[in-house]
Write a protein that binds this ligand. Structure first.
Ligand code: GUN
Length: 294
């Protein structure tokens, strides 16, 4: 039997999407936020994300622009598209879905995006702003994790020991920056960390973003800790099917943790909701208006 509070990402994401839709409605006379999503190649997981992004962007009342390019698209052509989107006044947010096919320099493409339209927060200017405490467009998945933590810890995170497992540019590093900004004592651990179980056990807040199915076991979790599982791993299931599991062994960890996110239905739904929220932020800044308080 699970003892932990289950953090309902679906419900929280629905609440955030409602807020975004209300902001978009309030902006109707001023600016219609527009999000452009660029997908290069046929990666099936990416195709699913992009479809969901477009659906939710439209459902919120924003304009959605979808650009699907073949896997063999030359880098110069992709850079030219990014330049067009940078100049397009109807586009306030640009997201180039990662990973990009081999042969395209992802860093170069991310640098080409106008930082003011970089709703992923991956441009070096926004990364620098995030670490120096300037107002930045924060990457969507870490932002979603922080929203979930705020729900569990309305008193704030000051002084808490936070361990992030995974050092990617998309999740681990920006997550560490956001936790630090909230005055946590942050350890950025990874697959080569010595005594990873012991390091995890020291965490009041444990964020798993390593991309390895159920790597973090129940006895790696400090009793009462808050566990945020960013992993989305597909594993074989009965009857030749597959199923999604996180980076945390949910059955074991939920016996010990104080609160935990499920997979699916945890962090996943929050990411797109935060992308929509970032697009509203970008549109308001570009239009020179305050974000509507709704
Ligand atoms: N691929 C997996 N997650 C993300 C994300 O948050 N943004 C982009 N652009 N690509 C991704």
């Amino acid at each position: 039997m699970s003892g932990a509070r289950i953090i309902d990402g679906k419900a929280l994401a629905a609440k955030l999407r409602e807020r975004v839709a209300a902001q978009v409605a309030a902006l109707a006379e001023t600016v219609r936020p527009g999000l452009a999503v660029v997908l290069v190649g046929e990666d099936p997981a990416s195709a699913v994300y992009v479809r969901n992004k477009n659906r939710e962007t439209q459902a919120s009342g924003m304009a959605s622009f979808e650009h699907k390019l073949p896997a063999d698209t030359p880098e110069a052509e992709l850079l030219a598209l990014v330049e067009r989107l940078n100049r397009d006044p109807a586009v306030h947010g640009i997201l180039v879905q990662l990973p990009l096919p081999d042969g395209i320099d992802s860093a170069k493409v991310l640098r080409a995006i106008d930082p003011a339209k970089d709703v992923d927060g991956f441009h070096p200017e926004n990364v620098g702003a995030l670490w120096t405490g300037a107002p930045a467009l924060a990457p969507c998945t870490p932002r979603g994790c922080m929203t979930m933590l705020a729900e569990v810890h309305p008193e704030g995170l000051v002084g808490k020991r936070a361990v992030v497992v995974g050092r990617s540019n998309i999740v681990g590093k920006p997550m560490a920056a956001l936790l630090l900004a909230q005055h946590c004592t942050v350890t950025l651990a990874h697959s080569r960390t010595q005594d990873l179980p012991g390091v995890c056990r020291s965490a009041d807040i444990l964020v798993a973003a390593v991309g390895r199915a159920r790597m973090i076991e129940g006895d790696w979790v400090q009793p009462g800790a808050t566990v945020i599982d960013v992993g989305i791993n597909r594993i074989p299931a009965d009857g030749g099917k597959t199923r999604l599991v996180g980076d945390v062994d949910f059955a074991g960890a939920s016996e010990v943790a104080g609160a935990i996110t499920p997979v699916p239905g945890g962090v996943g739904p929050m990411t797109i909701a935060c992308l929509l929220a970032n697009t509203v932020t970008a549109a308001c800044r570009l239009a020179g208006v305050a974000e509507p308080e709704v």
